[in-house]
Ligand binder design. Structure first.
Ligand code: ZN
Length: 213
């Protein structure tokens, strides 16, 4: 089996609760399926919303289904500057303490007091992928990207294991633009340490102190 990890780019998008969606699109409104996403069960909806922060806004932001337990806005670091909000790198669903924004739809608007995140880069995989790639849920790995003359090693890539996932690394538009990918966009896990108990900040301190492992 291949050790290639396909890399997919997530453009900015929102996940909504049913309640928030009804405030934006009217009571009883449902998401309309437009096309499937790579992760089984996830889809792009036809509906769009405007996301507004203190510094600016994005119109026609994509809405992904199905509904979630909590509304969440996923943007890049560059998008945070446009919105005028501080950037918080978080795993999906970990929105405590993050900035809010205003969502606007054709039938109304919603004030989120938190929920704007820059998604932490991650790899979705099944339990059998995890065995084959010798990693486990919540491990953080290094990914070397295939590129034409502009390869990047991404650190802090969190592994997410679930039997319903399909193998893919997700990066945002800033991260995707940081390396120039070939037609087939993929990376490989590289091992820079013997075990997974390394700490990147300690590693940097070691190098600054002249210790090279
Ligand atoms: Zn993902």
């Amino acid at each position: 089996m291949s050790h290639k990890i396909p890399i997919e780019t997530s453009a900015r998008h929102v996940h909504l609760t049913k309640e928030d969606f009804e405030k934006l699109y009217g009571e009883g409104a449902e998401l309309t399926f437009e096309k499937p996403l790579s992760q089984p069960g996830q889809f792009l909806a036809k509906e769009r919303v405007t996301v507004t922060g203190p510094g600016g806004s994005f119109e026609n932001m994509a809405v992904l289904g199905p509904f979630r337990k909590e509304s969440q806005v996923e943007v890049s670091m560059t998008d945070c500057r446009t919105l005028g909000v501080e950037s918080f790198i978080r795993q999906s669903g970990h929105t405590k303490g993050t900035p809010g924004c205003t969502l606007t739809g054709p039938k109304g608007s919603v004030e989120l007091d938190h929920g704007v995140i820059v998604a932490k880069r991650h790899i979705h995989m099944t339990p059998s992928d995890a065995i084959r790639l010798n990693v486990k849920d919540n491990d953080e790995v290094f990914i070397l990207t295939k590129s034409y003359g502009r390869g990047v090693i991404f650190a802090d890539v969190v592994v997410r294991v679930d039997r319903n996932f399909k193998l893919a690394m997700h990066v945002d538009t800033d991260e995707a633009n940081a390396f120039a990918s070939d037609e087939e966009t993929f990376g490989v896990i590289i091992r820079l340490f013997e075990d997974s108990s390394f700490n990147i900040d300690e590693w940097i301190d070691d190098v600054l102190d002249g210790i090279n492992r």
